[in-house]
Write a protein that binds this ligand. Sequence first.
Ligand code: SF4
Length: 522
Amino acid sequence: MEGSMFCYQCQEASGNKGCTVSGRCGETTETANLQDRLVAELKAVALTLEGRTNVTREFSRFIVRAMSATLTDTNFNPDRIYALIDEAKRALKTLDSDVQAPDPSILSVKDPEERSYREILVYGVKGVCAFTFHALALGYEDNAIYNFIIKALSAAAKPETTLERLALLIVECGRIASIAMALLDEANTETYGSPTMTQIPCEVGSRPGILMSGQDLKDLEELLIQTEHAGIDVYTHGELLSAHTYPALRKFAHLRGNYGGSWWTQPQDFASFNGPIVVNSNCITPVQDAYRGRIFTTGMVGCKGVPHITHRHIGMQKDFSAVIELARTLPPPAPLDNAVLTAGFGHHQVCSVISQIARYVESGSIRRFIVIAGSDGRDPRREYYTGLVKALPADTVILTAGCAKYRFNKLDLGKINGIPRILDAGQSGDAYSIVRIVLELQNALGIRTLEKLPVSFVLSWYEQRDLAVFLSLLTLGFKNIRLGPAFPAFFAPSVVEVLTRDYGVKPIDTPEADAEAMMAGN
Ligand code: SF4
């Protein structure tokens, strides 16, 4: 395939083949190619680090940070990507390495099947890096994750790495993704307390507000501290909804509520919010004039012309003063809706009543659990997830994590014996919580094999964190996962064959057909 760029890392890859001119995400040829160059330089750093035992964690931390900048919808600022490329080159110099970066073009790997294996591994690593980055912000890290990232990027860089070796590393990537999600869970819960069931209003207050979007809880905490007596309310957007469920964040009375929908509704949500917006991790959509003068980025997010709040210096908080000053001059947010969302169903909360839930299963009050994890997106086929939830019988419970839930979390599905039919465990990485819940349920029900559990999985994939979650579920032994709205463009036919044959992975069908099949245990 010819083109001045080539990217097929997300679900919105043009024609479900690949973006060759620009990306719907907002990627230009320049930034797409720069990101490929950055990944190539990081591969050179990984090749250098592989086998060295006397190096500090700083280099691994850098790889995690820089890979996070290449996630879909994260950084569209060429200057920032150039700076990361320079940092990679400086790292090579510091390491006294003469390793050359491989050809950055994805299409330099001519065989589509080999390209598929290599890119699945790289994208899985990106997902792992995203979870690791947020854990690291809270001071949590794990050498097992760092060592794997170095090993995987090195293998992806070496022309001699065989398909068999890549396949093994992809499986290992799933295992490491589980470790990364567990680490993030540990970081979040030890820092902010275990999430508990929380009612989160969507209506707005009368004071000026600041809207934070993304996944980083540390950024939100620092913003809350700095706005505590400022006469300003703080709202969450998208996946940051889960912040309301952590005791140490919920205690801030001015953490007012959740505003808008999932990431792709930013243009209308941000326009009507009126106040400043801070985007702290993926996803950011192309910035619109309606809010251009009041949007900020932080973390690895970047957008040309958008002011960036730089990293925190050691022992200090990030400086949100420019955002706070701007908020004081702007009107309060316009109301969008008056829904009240219920969330906070992480593993601590749900597992505390698991024997009661098991009894409801045994008595037939709850017939099946449907896990709908992953991300939302613009694709009209994602209406499927709303349709599926509506098509499920009233004796089903939906376990969800990630922003896919915005397709159904405002539906009133009622409760079963006091248990809400939608149990929202949190962000994409909180799929870990769902796994913990499912395994506890297996234990409580005394069911020996996962396949016999009354649980079905439907993944709504959009970007690389979703791929990491998918690989993690496969590695843990979950089978018959439905994947939508379509299989990734980077899945070669032979990959699809393996996933179908060995793991029972299947594409989504109609909501009604899938609801019926899942209720029959298929
Ligand atoms: Fe296209 Fe997705 Fe890549 Fe953006 S991230 S250029 S939309 S494939």
